[in-house]
Write a protein that binds this ligand. Structure first.
Ligand code: ZN
Length: 273
């Protein structure tokens, strides 16, 4: 499943190809996603110019000058890319959005867990998928303080907290494990028992690992033009994730795997407390 760094990479790659372009038409070739595509709603984008592409958690938001925003989630296997008009169709292309430069923004999803919704831009915050999402890990200078304040009496383990999108948006399992290791925080530590400097350190480590992954993506505009829109997983150098029984690079101790809230957590019991 694409995680935050992959989505951010797609956002950066697509930006120069779609921002400023006008939508000439929207063709829904296959509306069968888990939440079926509302073709009539998507057709309302016709004539609108794309003014920006943003990311919120793992959602992409294409804003337009008509007061409508296209909300996109790539689910497990969704792909989004720009192709010249005459490029042959590929299997599982659900939506083709014709742009005024002769190109097309295409969306394909083999496993159909993706999502495409047209939402009024001024009501985005009320959309069920976006409502209640926590702050973005890469935004804002006061995040450490905000997290510290909001957790003073909570007993929730910090790993579970990082995975809760209402607490902080879109971190994902790999990056939660890696950030905790870098910050030296045990995954089971109750959030209420992490002091202010601990939160500051955790936020720094979280940003570090997410930004490393984004850089590792090394995307260029070309990756999203006439390509398959595939970004895959980025090769961040993982220090704990999926390294059960292997030595910790910091202390030489053995990496352990536990299960928290149904997800694997990898950590070093010697240097994470
Ligand atoms: Zn260690």
């Amino acid at each position: 499943m694409p995680e935050l760094p992959e989505i951010e990479t797609i956002r950066r790659g697509l930006g120069p190809l779609v921002v400023g372009r006008r939508v000439l038409g929207v063709e829904v070739r296959d509306r069968r996603l888990r939440e079926p595509i509302a073709a009539r709603s998507l057709a309302r984008l016709r004539g609108a110019a794309v003014t920006g592409i943003r990311r919120r958690s793992k959602y992409l938001l294409l804003d337009t000058d008509s007061g409508l925003t296209l909300l996109i989630h790539l689910g497990m296997t969704g792909q989004l890319w720009v192709a010249d008009r005459d490029k042959p169709r590929r299997p599982h292309e659900h939506v083709v959005i014709a742009l005024d430069d002769g190109r097309q923004l295409r969306f394909a999803d083999t496993r159909r867990f993706g999502l495409m919704h047209v939402v009024r831009s001024d009501r985005l915050d009320l959309h069920p998928r976006l409502k209640g999402l926590g702050p973005e890990p890469l935004d804002g200078e006061v995040l450490g303080e905000r997290l510290w304040r909001s957790t003073r009496r909570l007993k929730k383990p910090v790993k579970n907290f990082l995975m809760d999108t209402r607490a902080i948006a879109g971190v994902g399992n790999i990056y939660a494990c890696e950030a905790l290791h870098r910050a030296g925080l045990g995954p089971r530590r109750p959030v209420g028992r992490i002091a202010r400097p601990g939160w500051d350190r955790l936020v720094v480590c979280l940003r570090e690992v997410l930004n490393e992954a984004i850089s590792a993506g090394g995307t260029t505009v070309r990756d999203f033009l006439n390509a398959e829109g595939n970004v895959g997983y980025f090769a961040v150098s993982l220090r704990v994730y999926d390294r059960k029984g292997k030595p910790c690079q910091r202390c030489g101790g053995s990496i352990r795997r536990i299960v928290q809230a149904g997800r694997s957590t990898f950590y070093c019991p010697r240097c994470q407390h």
